[in-house]
Design a protein around this ligand. Structure first.
Ligand code: SAH
Length: 546
């Protein structure tokens, strides 16, 4: 495969030899790029006996155009004789001793064949040995370079090649690629260029200012201690170089981030001044962040939502992307974990019945270790960190150890999003005017204190399904209506979400029959049948998927 380059051919001399329709195209391309074209529409084959003439006559239109260009002094059209191989080394610029800078051969296809092969071969080899780039139309074997299908707007250029597989295809691909670009791509290039120049100018200004300052300091120092002079001077220069290099690096990093991450359309909209302003802000911020980061690490408690990445907050996503280390719950679903950059270390709490406490302690210890090492620790928690997630316990733990979390990022809790995913409105006029979120698991696995029965309330039970039989018994004993509509929602918002609609009296049997698919929760109350209602004789209904 060829190497793509962008060549400056201004003032170079190219020969265009041939009569096909491409002759004019090549001439125009050369003119557009500021090169000089010498056109031959005839070939002198006198040296090659037995080869019939291989040029045909040129079309009237080509002839007319070439005439115009020639009259205007834009090209040299040699009409009084045919091309000979010696032209290759005599027609070029004097600074390269007359050797031409390139050749386009545009013999019409119809007359290509055995008769012309000899000439084309000869020309090609002569070019190769004289290191003259040559392009023969429709004949890749006789090309040392090919042209790309290009798009040009201002200083922006896009070129496509299929390495000879088809120029129509290349054109089509180029068109499609271009259609996906903002139409002011030229302005965007201009802008980034201007920004770069400005940043470089700022660098130079800084450099000058710092140099003067350091030199002045040095001069003052000299009066105190002459003997130390050279030593001190060297140190100062070193110091200056370091801080300056750092600033310079920061500037370029900012620019490359803008270029990498800004949506192109946004780049187009902002003026150079606005962008410079953003840069100043960025600079101040990074200085602050760098100062803070140099001092100590930090911790964020971040809610990961119920499971779907669509329900992650942008703040959570940002934390996930920026973290130096992530400590996640076992419950945090794969789709969310998949957002973590590959190089970020992730620890997942391996909490199982019996070792939950130890696993939690391990995770907290890891968090402390990370933050003490100056890292940005993100503690990623299912749903919302403060809804049954022990989030506040963790907050207090870190605070006690001198590292109170610098941010706690809210998450969409499963308690309120799982009902929605199951088409249940937890509040609904005349049906439910309260929502209660409670747990089915009390301290050390005992049953918790359950709420009283209330006909106008939706109750969401988290961590209740593994002992659903006990929960139902306890509720009924407390006076709950066994006929109240209920719904088990498992893996809410995930692709394998499952919903079981039933009534309180049947929920244990329904779940046992279906087999559990944690994490899941129970919703109870008349709100469960606002949108979807079971038939009177239907004991339960299972809905699979989102
Ligand atoms: N902080 C979390 C809850 C942690 S307690 C939140 O705000 O969502 C863990 C319980 O949450 C699980 O036992 C289960 O009842 C519930 N849960 C978490 N994610 C769930 C999901 N995607 N679908 C249904 N229930 C879920």
């Amino acid at each position: 495969m060829g190497l793509l380059t962008c060549q400056d051919i201004k003032n170079q001399v190219f020969l265009v030899i041939g009569t096909s329709g491409l002759t004019l195209t090549r001439v125009q391309t050369l003119l557009e790029h500021g090169a000089h074209a010498i056109v031959f529409t005839d070939i002198d084959l006198s040296s090659q006996e037995s080869v019939p003439a291989i040029t045909s006559t040129i079309s009237a239109q080509t002839s007319e155009k070439l005439g115009e260009f020639s009259a205007a002094g834009k090209i040299s059209w040699v009409q009084d004789r045919g091309f000979t191989l010696s032209d290759l080394e005599t027609q070029g610029r004097s600074e390269v001793r007359g050797v031409v800078d390139g050749v386009f051969l545009t013999i019409p296809k119809a007359i290509k064949g055995s008769s012309s092969t000899l000439f084309v071969d000869d020309l090609f080899h002569k070019c190769v040995s004289a290191r003259i780039p040559i392009n023969t139309a429709d004949d890749p074997e006789h090309c040392t370079f090919t042209l790309l299908s290009t798009f040009t707007k201002g200083d922006f250029q896009l070129g496509v090649t299929t390495s000879g597989k088809g120029c129509r295809l290349a054109n089509r691909i180029r068109r499609e690629a271009v259609s996906s670009l903002p139409n002011n791509i030229d302005a965007i290039c201009e802008k980034v260029g201007a920004l770069r120049r400005r940043i470089i100018a700022e660098d130079e200004k800084d450099e000058e200012a710092e140099r003067t300052k350091k030199l002045e300091e040095d001069e003052t120092g000299q009066e105190d201690d002459d003997a130390d002079q050279t030593n001190k001077f060297n140190n100062l220069v070193l110091e200056f170089n370091e801080s300056h290099q750092q600033k310079k690096k920061q500037r370029l990093r900012w620019l490359s981030q803008i270029v990498e991450y800004y949506p192109l359309a946004k780049l187009a909209d902002l003026s150079v001044d606005e962008l410079s302003k953003e840069y100043k802000q960025y600079n101040e911020q990074t200085a602050e962040v760098a100062a803070a980061a140099n001092k100590r690490g930090r911790i964020a408690l971040v809610g990961a939502g119920p499971g779907s990445t669509g329900l992650l907050t942008t703040e959570a996503l940002q934390a996930i992307k920026e973290a130096d280390i992530i400590l996640a719950d076992k419950l945090v679903p794969a789709a969310v974990l998949a957002q973590i950059p590959r190089e970020t270390p992730v620890h997942i709490a391996k909490k199982f019945p019996g070792n939950a406490e130890r696993a939690q302690q391990e995770l907290l210890a890891l968090g402390l270790e990370g933050v003490r090492a100056g890292k940005y620790v993100v503690r990623l928690k299912q749903g919302d960190p403060y809804i049954f997630g022990r989030g506040a316990e963790e907050y207090l733990y870190f605070e006690q150890h001198g590292y109170a979390p610098t941010s706690v990022v809210a998450g969409i809790t499963s308690a309120l999003s799982a009902p929605l995913a199951a088409r249940i409105p937890p509040t609904h006029r005349d049906v439910a005017d309260q929502v209660l979120v409670c747990t089915g698991t009390g301290r050390r696995g005992a049953l918790p204190r359950f709420p009283e029965w209330d006909d106008a309330r939706t109750v969401v039970f988290l961590m209740a399904l593994h002992r659903i039989g006990d929960v139902v018994d306890a509720l009924v004993a407390k006076g709950w209506d066994p006929e109240v509509p209920c719904c088990v929602v498992e893996r809410a918002s995930c692709p394998d979400q499952r919903v079981i609609r039933t009534r309180l009296k049947d929920v244990a049997e329904a779940l046992e029959t279906a087999g559990s698919r944690p994490p899941g929760l129970l919703v109870a109350g008349r709100a469960c049948e606002v949108i979807v209602k079971l038939a009177d004789d239907e004991r339960w209904r299972i809905e699979e998927g989102l």
